[in-house]
Design a protein around this ligand. Sequence first.
Ligand code: PMP
Length: 757
Amino acid sequence: MDNNAIHSLLLQHYNISNVRLEQLDGYESLNYKITTEAGKKFVLKVHRHDYEQEDILDAENKVMLLLGNKMPGYFARPIPNLDEKFISKDENTGYLVRLLSFVEGTLLYQTKINKQILSDIGHCLAKMDKILSHYYHPSIAARVLIWDLQHCMSRKECAAAMSDKKNKTRVEYFFHQYQEQVLPHFHKLRKSTIHGDANNSNTLEKNGRICGFIDFGDMAYTPLINELAIAIPYAVLDEEQPIESAAIIIQAYHKEYPLEELELELLYYLIGARMAVSLSHAAFFNKEGEDYAINTNPIWTLLNKWISINPIYAADTFKKACGFATHSEVNIKKELQRRQNYFNKSLSVSYKKPIKMSGAAFQYMYAADGTTFLDAYNNIPLVGHCHPKVVEAGQRQMAQLNTNTRYIYDALHEYSEKLLSKFPKALNKVFFVNSGSAASDLAIRMARTYHHHSDIAVLEHGYHGNTQTAISISSYKFDRKGGKGANHNIITLPMPDEYRGPYRSGKKDIGSLYAKDAIEIIQKNSEGIAAFIAEPIMGCGGQIPLPQGYLKDMFTFTRNQGGLCIVDEVQIGFGRVGTHFWGFEQHGVVPDIVILGKPIGNGHPMGAVVCTEEVADRFANGMEFFSSFGGNPVSCAIGHAVLDVIEEERLQQHSLEVGSYIIKELKGFQKNFDTIGDVRGSGLFWGMELIYPENMAHHTELAGQLKNRLRERNILISTDGPFDNVLKSKPPLCFDKKNADQLLEEIFNGMRELSPS
Ligand code: PMP
């Protein structure tokens, strides 16, 4: 519509002429600021008829009049036309036209927000909502608005327009949380007519106080709490402590118009959902080439911050602000006593001050007392705790079909094909089980079937699982407390440790030197081994990368005397080492059997044995192989989703970047602390060995203190190695650079406190 048409509309319907026109932002209507010669200001809103139905506009007008009577000055007032009507029709276009009074003020996004403003937002919204609680308009209640938070799940598919898959996942996480946390309680939420769009472009400030709200175009009859869920994220966008700032709004609201406990409990998720809607929308419209003039960067920042906030902490803070009791105090002593009723001491619990967990998201874990822990520890949730793609894959399949491999189903074939595509061609057969231990067990059985040899060569301090067979090949168990030593058919080889062993870094051909010693031991103790098994980076051994050349020589020897080469990728596989998808690839070797577990299902209990066709054929000796749960459709769907996410979010590359950064920085710390003997690893699988510098003795105490200090600073990390003196990290691969900086800073501060040089 050109300006001439606007001028003639004003003259025709309102008898107003000689005005200055200024186009304002508008989403679903054309909006103009009108200034008359006498300096009077109005807003003219032109609505395309098909877009806005007349009775909706009528409802908006009625609401503005109602609110204007009770809260004078806060809202635009509809101005009647020459026929005393609040809605005019443009005869040329059929458009509906309204003239409103102009509310003076600065839009909230252009102002600096302080506590007074936050409190005002709560107070004014509450006053408004209290008035609106007596207003009901069937057309408002009947319409389905995309911005109405109760319909947010319909927006989920818009997230598909996001090209950054990692971002997309974060948004999907909040849609999924809405489904899981809010929807089951939805029917209990009281509904009311609300403004529904009190964002920072629709809220006005003057002289440091909130002075009005504009744009009733998204009015909805929806859960009352949605008013705050929509207003809050925009009000706290730039706040250092968004939860505390949100609590100021909530407290002021509650004082005027009391909130219910359930509303406060769900608010964290509703705010997350609102941000998800906003970001999905922006992505969708931008992709469609539509002009969508919202700066999404601050919303992304808040969304990511939101994930690092424990929902229990949020709910407690909100509830406290309104005088409700909180229930998150945890009596760890009692919890431990309860645990002792059912378990004995062989089931250990981490940290001097154990943690009761209640939830997790990506690289964060939420304790039951409201604390958020940064997870630098857990390698099982490889692509992130509760990753929505993985969770949804499992949920969907569980609701459709879960059976066993004696039937034919697509999920098994599709997943097997995808998994095997990650291996060198020679490794083309797979057996599914339910744990790394079961995979180790099966791998050893296969090796012993292959040539009818029974001896197995293992590495000192290696760990491969908890079954009878897996324990028998795990020096980490049989050689330590409670262990019975090696069985007669187990040959333990020294750890090829470049830091402590006889051949140290800097020396040439270290791998071959260690291999030569190992081969001598095997030759002395065995007529022929069935298998040699190793992890390319020894996890329980203390994050020891095998030296280059070692596996090559050991594989050649093992094969020459008829044995099989087994690689255990349970801890390090699936892109964690960064340079490659599998640890063995760093050594230029191809094993005969690979054992998979832990991260394969992101926490869903899965394991697999991948092997060559020849090994698989020899194993098929007439005895059926069957695992009740191995390869079931749910596991396959989950495993498949994990592989997809690794690719989509480029997690291998990410692991290399963040891991290399951490390792480099930690090596730099060695200049400051001579107790850091060694820093080693690959990607997000690294270890920092702590020593007494005088004699390189294992500084177990310092490692334990550092680990527990990090726990006090809300970072989860472990210690490992035969003497527990290696600080060990293997976080979810979404652990990012910011997380790395936080971890590094805390390690540095911890070392300065615990080990001043
Ligand atoms: N191999 C390695 C290298 C492991 O670290 C583990 C578990 N810590 C296993 C095998 C056994 O896996 P699970 O606990 O799933 O049986």
